[in-house]
Every structure is written in C-alpha cells, then in structure tokens.
Design a protein around this ligand. Structure first.
Ligand code: ASP
Ligand code: MG
Length: 814
C-alpha cells in the first residue's frame, strides 16, 4: 500500500459521521417496479454519501443453486434454467434503463452469461459454488447503481470481494483491519457518491469467492457499517420491523418501536426469522443503531435495535417453535456428558431431571441432521434418544422475570402440559417446553392476553419561552391523568441553539436548571434524522416558537415519523408552495398536525369549525377581531389618548410582538386569516388578502429603533379617522373577514372599519377576540366565539387540548 492512497483519520471520521448503510433484500428487488421503489427510498431516505448493501434480485440465489444441481444431473434442464435466469436478469435491464447505460449493462450481462454457457458446456472451469452464487449479488448491485445514475444521482457499485477479506470456515472469519482499510480507500475519496455494495459475498486471501451463509446480506450490511464505524444501518424489509409475534401465525400483532441488543440476539438465538443471527456480531453497540423498516409502507413504524437497557423491562415478543428437537441423555454416562459439554452448538435450553437420571437438550430443527451425525459418532451414543412431539414457546424481553407480561405468561401456561419452564442464561427470555405440538390458537390466546400494553408517546418541545415554560408546568401537573391514556414523556427540550435530550424522559421538576447544565449545541436537521431512534411508539414535535426556520422543517418531521402540535403560525400561514409541501408530506406519512392555538389561542375555534363541517354544515363567512393586540389598542383608544402612546405601552407590557409593526401592519392577522380559510378547505394565499396597513409606507422599512422614535407619526391619520367615525356615532375597529360566495369565490379583507358605537364588536374587553361565524345552519344569527385571544396560560391550555386530541386519535387507530 502506498502512502498516496492512505485514508487520513479525518477522512475516516467524515465517513463514520456522514454515511449510513441501507440494506435491501432479494424480495425488495424482485422486479422492475421493486427496483424503482428502492431507488425512490434512496432518494428520500438516504444521504448523498450513503451506502446500500443488496442481495441478489428476487430468487436469483435459489435459481443459481438449481442450475448447479441440474448440471450434475446431466440433461438439458440446466440450460433451460440458465435461459430463464438470463431472460429475467436482462428483462430487468431493459425495463429499467435506456440508451448508453442499458447498452453497457447489457454488454456486461451478455459476457457473464457467455461465461456460464462455457461452464455448462465444460469449456470453462468455475470450481467453487460461491463464485457462481456471487453473480446474483453482482448483477443487482450493478443494476441498482445504474438506475440511480439514470435518475441523476451519483452512484457506483462495489463488488464486496474487492475489500472484504475472510478465512474460509462454516462461518467465515473476517479479517477486519485489511478489509476496513480497503473499503475506506474505495469509499472515502468520494463523498457525494452513493455506493451499492454486494451483500452475501467475500473473498479469501487466495482470491477465491466466499459466501457468508444463506440470507447473509443482513450480516454484510452490519459488517460494512461496522468497518466504516457508521451510526446507523437500516434494514429495509417487506414487513414493518419486528412484531410482538410472527404475523403469519398471530392476529393483531403490534410492531415494536425498539429492542435492545440482548433482546434482538435472544430472538435470533431462539430461531425467530427476523434477522440473521450473525447480524449483531460486528456491531459497536454503543454507537450503532439497526433500524428494521418496511420498504412497502415507509410511513409505518420501524423497529430500532440499539442500546436501550435502561428502559422499563417489558415482555416484548412471543416466539415459538412448533416442533423442537429434544434429546434425552442418560446422566450416568459421564463420558457422554463431558463430550456434550464440548459440543460447539449451544442448545436452546438444557436441564436435568436428577430423579429420573436424565438430562434434556432442546435444539432448533435446523440442526437435527448435524446432531444425529454427531451423536452417532459420540461415545455412548446408545444413551441418547431423540423424543418427539414437543414444542417451545418463549417470551423475550429484558429482565423478563420482573415484567408483568412474564407473570401473565406463566399463569396462562399453567393450563398447558409444560415439560419444563426456565430462563435463558442472561435472563432475557422465559422459555417453556410443552409436551404437545403447538397450534396457532394457543399462540393467539397467549398473545392477546400478553400484549394489551400501554403505548408510549415521546414529546420534543421546541421553544422554551413563555408558552413552552407554561406548557411544561401544566404537563407536569397533569401527568398522572395523561398517563392513564398513554405513557407520555418529554424526551427533549430545545431552543434555537441548544438541546437537552434524554430518551428515558427529562425530569420536569426544575427543568430550567437542568437545561442550563445539560443542553448542548445541536443542528436541527441532524436531530430530526436521529429522533426516530427514540424508543417510543409515537413521537410528537411541539413547535412553541414563532420561527419560520422550524416551520420549514415540518416536511422532514413528518417524513421521519413525527406528529406535530404547533402554536407557531408560520407553517399554517406559509406561502402556498411550502404550505402545500407540508400538507402533501403529512398526508403521505399519515401524521397528525394540530394547531388549535394558532388562531384565538385557547378558544375552541378550530374544534367548532371542524365539528360543524364534519356534521355537514358549510362555513359561509368568518369575521371579527382576531388580534388581541389590536383589540387592546382600539378598545383603549379615544379622543383623550394618543394612539402612539398606546402602542408603546402595549410593547412595554408584552401585548404586542417585539416589533409592533408585525401587529400594526396586520401581518399577524393575515396569518390567522390564512390558517382559518385553509382549515375550511379554501385555497388562500397572502396576495389574495386585501390589506390596509396602519403603518404608512415611509415607516415600514426603517429600523425598529427609528420607528419607535417616530411612532407619533401614526397619530395624525388615526385621529382624523376617529373624529370622522365619531361624527356618525361610529368607532373605528380593526376587522378581519373572509367570505365564500355560491361560486366558491373567496373574499378576504383586513383593515380598519367603522362600527356603530353600540355594536358588540365595539364593546369588547381590551384584548378580547371575537369570531363571528355564518354557516348554512347559522345563517340568520351567527355563531359567536369570544374570549381572550392571547396569553400564555390560555395558550398553554390550548396546546394541552391538542395533546389530548392527539392521544384520542392515536388510541382510535389501534
Ligand atoms: N442472496 C443470498 C440468499 O438468498 C443472500 C441474502 O439474500 O441475504 O441467501
Ligand atoms: Mg434473501
């Protein structure tokens, strides 16, 4: 190796921090449609330097094995099968590519199949099966990279045999250092390129191909991830993660948000078909997370496997073997027992029954052949007997003995014929050997008795100002009541620069001090990518800011599985393009977005409107005074006061926005109007609203300090306006309104209007909001909602009401 191509530590670190690994199995690449879906997943869910590890397309590996078999049988079966494989592989190329790319791939494919033909004809030797099998993965990696290039991404494929060095053994032993070095040299110089790497295969020091075992690509993916020291590997499957039981046997299974390493390993050990048992071997458990996720329904829950030991112990998965391989050994045969102690294969469970002088060993059926051979050759083989008709059920979860589920499991099994009840050595599963074959009825019954558990919701609070603090206080007081519905915990609090995150739930008593001590600088976009790793069934982001920057991230929050509760108006009133994007992504990922407090603070306005509409009514118009600030200004204004003094007073008391022009220019009001109009399904944008601003042109652009000095320039025109109104026994008020005519045309307007002195709108308590709603049903006399339209307590209450709504919606989905 020359110094030239050595990778610097900084480069290696950049790879470790920026690259994630994705794995797609054969069934995710079964046809052209599947390939396109994978390409789309990579566009949406991978970074520009991410890696994808792929299996052979569809059942290619099985087809290759069939060809190898058929060749030994003579006849022309092998040729027919090879023709079929060629048609399948080249069909994928012509379906997916065109032009130069198609030509190039086709040429490679033709060369490969020509070689296979020569091999079939005996003109070329391909000695080892792994070399033939490796083609499957090579073809899919090559094709996927080409497809990504066609779609405008930078992508290339890597044959894992170019870097992954291993020594041949039933489970090949990876030579970590040289493999890491070679992979880094290939990948590190090309940030911004997505590499597609073949799963399943490696090479030995002589350059021969090796395979990592059937379904070994999961293992390849975590290997690649570990060699590069990445933080996350996502295994895309056609099921949504790991379930509480095998969905093929059990109804109403639930997908689990998280498993810790021990739980996942124990599941694999017990023969559950979720992940290849070696998948976990190479992983740096403190750094890496494995996410198991559905490629068919990306919005579905994913299961994250990681370091989650600190979470409450809970029985999580019911797993079973309908027919377990059970061996009975005579305890008296010491030599035999000694030999068994040396056996490489560890039994699922092992126990002795001293009273009968017997030892029992239970294994997975997969190992029966091996065991029969082994026992036949062992000393005292006549003292071993396989006994039939036994099954295994196990409940997996950390510290299983401490869980409520375990107590239920044990009680329910009391009615069955249990041969043996025990625990795995590390205490992460309770295992029962039943003296009966297992039917799905029993499994279903057990499952439904076990898993009626309370679901969990993690809350990220963004914004720790007035409303944030007030809501946290309220939530802390009401926790017990809320927790009856769901296990709800605040897992993070942040402002624009710093974040305090704790997946087990932050301590809310005295949180301000802890925040000062524990909050760290963070980057929002990275947080969003990281958050789905929190071990909760559902997550919600509470936007209690007034920041457009947060609103712009809503699509990412939704796409990463989070619901949103917002007191921030910026998203609901965003320009059409952003607003439409937010709504589209929200719908696509089926997330909730609640924002009751963005109009009229805690007033139940949105609920009233939605309830009417859901019951069949149509909203015709909404008008009124929607701004607490402007209400306060106008209700206090008369011939004896100066308007500018009131503006300064409102600012001093915190009734207005920091820059009072936000209120006076009616921007804040327009936001509410847009939110209301969109709520009832009208498309309305900023430009559609007629506005008369209270801030004259020459005061609009100047700096705030200068504006405050010249604020009395507001007085003259408004004084005149007041006098004119008064002469007609009216008073000026700042009104907002929109109405819909029969042709669904919308008129929206914001500005000062003259109101008769005795009118309801002219006699509000300063700060009060009023919404006057005409509908088909409320057509003679309007529905009126009024009350305080601002204030931290009512707003925090409104946020709490959104949380309540969210919980009921989530409960209804179950
Ligand atoms: N293609 C290989 C197999 O079918 C590896 C994999 O799918 O993970 O076993
Ligand atoms: Mg496979």
């Amino acid at each position: 190796m020359t110094a030239m191509n050595a990778v610097s530590p900084a480069q290696a670190e950049a790879v470790a921090n920026n690259v994630q690994v994705h794995k797609f199995g054969g069934s995710s690449l079964a046809d052209a449609f599947c390939y396109r879906r994978v390409a789309r997943i990579l566009t949406e869910f991978s970074g520009a330097s991410d890696i994808a590890v792929v299996s052979a397309a569809g059942d290619t590996t099985n087809r290759i094995l069939a060809i190898i078999d058929a060749k030994q049988q003579q006849g022309d079966a092998a040729t027919i099968l090879l023709d079929q494989l060629e048609r399948y592989q080249q069909g994928l190329i012509t379906d997916l590519l065109s032009g130069d790319l198609a030509q190039q791939l086709m040429q490679w494919s033709q060369q490969d199949f020509a070689r296979w033909r020569r091999w079939l004809a005996g003109e070329e030797t391909i000695e080892r099966k792994p070399e033939l099998l490796a083609y499957g993965e090579l073809w899919s990696a090559r094709l996927l990279a080409a497809l990504l290039r066609k779609q405008g991404m930078r992508a290339d494929h890597i044959d894992a045999r170019d870097f992954l060095l291993a020594d041949d053994a039933p489970e090949p032993l990876i030579r970590v250092q040289p493999s890491r070095q070679a992979l880094l040299e290939r990948v590190a110089p090309h940030p911004g390129t997505r590499f597609i790497i073949t799963g399943f295969i490696a090479r030995d020091p002589e350059g021969h191909s090796l395979i990592l075992g059937r379904n070994g690509s999961d293992y390849s993916a975590t290997l690649v991830g570990s060699l590069l020291d990445v933080k996350q590997v996502t295994i895309w499957k056609d099921v949504a993660g790991v379930y509480s039981a095998d969905p093929r046997k059990v109804e109403r299974v639930v997908s689990l948000p998280s498993l810790d390493w021990h739980e996942a390993e124990e599941l694999a050990r017990l023969g559950s078909p979720v992940l290849h048992p070696r998948t976990f071997q190479p992983v740096d458990r403190e750094r890496m997370i494995i996410s198991v996720r559905s490629s068919l329904k990306v919005e579905n829950q994913q299961t994250r496997i990681g370091q989650y030991e600190n979470t409450e112990p809970r029985g999580k998965v019911l797993t079973s073997l309908a027919d377990v391989a059970l061996f009975r050994v005579e305890l008296a045969d010491k030599a035999l027992i000694d030999a068994i102690n040396e056996l490489e294969l560890t039994p699922l469970v092992r126990w002795t029954e001293p009273e009968n002088q017997h030892e029992y060993l239970a294994f997975h059926q997969n190992h029966v052949e091996f065991l029969n051979r082994w026992f036949a050759a062992a000393p005292g083989s006549e003292h071993v007997q396989q006994i039939h008709g036994y099954s295994l059920v196990a409940l997996v979860g950390n510290r299983i003995q401490e869980t409520d589920e375990f107590a239920t499991f044990k009680r329910q099994l009391g009615e069955q014929r249990v041969k043996r009840f025990g625990f795995s050595p590390d205490g992460n599963s309770a295992i029962a050997i039943l003296e009966q074959t297992l039917d799905n009825r029993l499994l279903n019954r057990l499952h439904s008795q076990l898993f009626t558990y309370r679901r969990s919701l993690g809350v990220l609070v963004v914004g720790r100002g007035n409303i944030g603090s007030e809501w946290l206080k309220l939530f802390n007081q009401q926790r017990d009541r809320i927790n009856q519905m769901m296990d709800v915990r605040v897992i993070g609090i942040c402002n624009s620069t710093r974040l305090w995150l704790d997946y087990s739930g932050v301590e809310l008593n005295g949180w301000q001090d802890s925040f000062e001590r524990l909050a760290r600088p963070y980057v929002m976009s990275e947080l969003i990518r990281e958050l789905p790793n929190a071990p909760y069934d559902e997550l919600v982001m509470m936007d209690l800011t007034d920041a457009i920057a947060v609103a712009q991230q809503y699509p990412s929050f939704f796409a990463n599985g989070m619901h949103i509760i917002a007191a921030n108006k910026r998203a609901g009133s965003a320009d059409e393009p952003l607003y439409r994007e937010i709504r589209t992504i929200q719908r696509e990922y089926k997330r909730e977005w609640l924002y009751n407090t963005t109009v009229g603070a805690g007033l139940p306005l949105n609920y009233a409107i939605n309830d009417l509409r859901n019951s069949g009514d149509e909203i015709r118009s909404i008008s009124g005074i929607f701004s607490g600030t402007l209400s306060w200004l106008f209700e206090n204004f008369n011939e004896t006061t100066k308007f500018s003094d009131l503006v300064l007073e409102a600012k001093k008391r915190g009734y207005s926005e920091p820059d009072p022009r936000e209120d006076l220019s009616c921007r804040d009001l327009i936001r509410k109007l847009l939110i209301l109009a969109r709520e009832i399904g009208l498309s309305l944008d900023w430009k559609d609203v007629e506005v008369t601003s209270l801030v004259p042109e020459h005061l609009q652009q100047i700096p705030l300090a200068e504006f405050l000095q010249r604020v009395d320039e507001l007085d003259e025109p408004i004084q005149q306006r007041y006098a004119k109104a008064k002469a007609a026994e009216n008073v000026p008020r700042l009104l907002a309104s929109f109405s819909v005519d029969e042709n669904n045309r919308v008129r929206a307007k914001v500005g000062v209007e003259d109101i008769p002195e005795g009118d309801m709108l002219a006699n509000l308590i300063p700060g009060e909001n009023i919404f006057v709603i005409y509908t088909d049903w409320y057509s003679e006399m309007p529905l009126v909602i009024s009350g305080p339209g601002a204030g931290k307590q009512v707003t925090a209450g409104g946020v709490q009401s959104d949380l309540n709504q969210l919980l009921s919606k989530l409960a209804a989905q179950q």
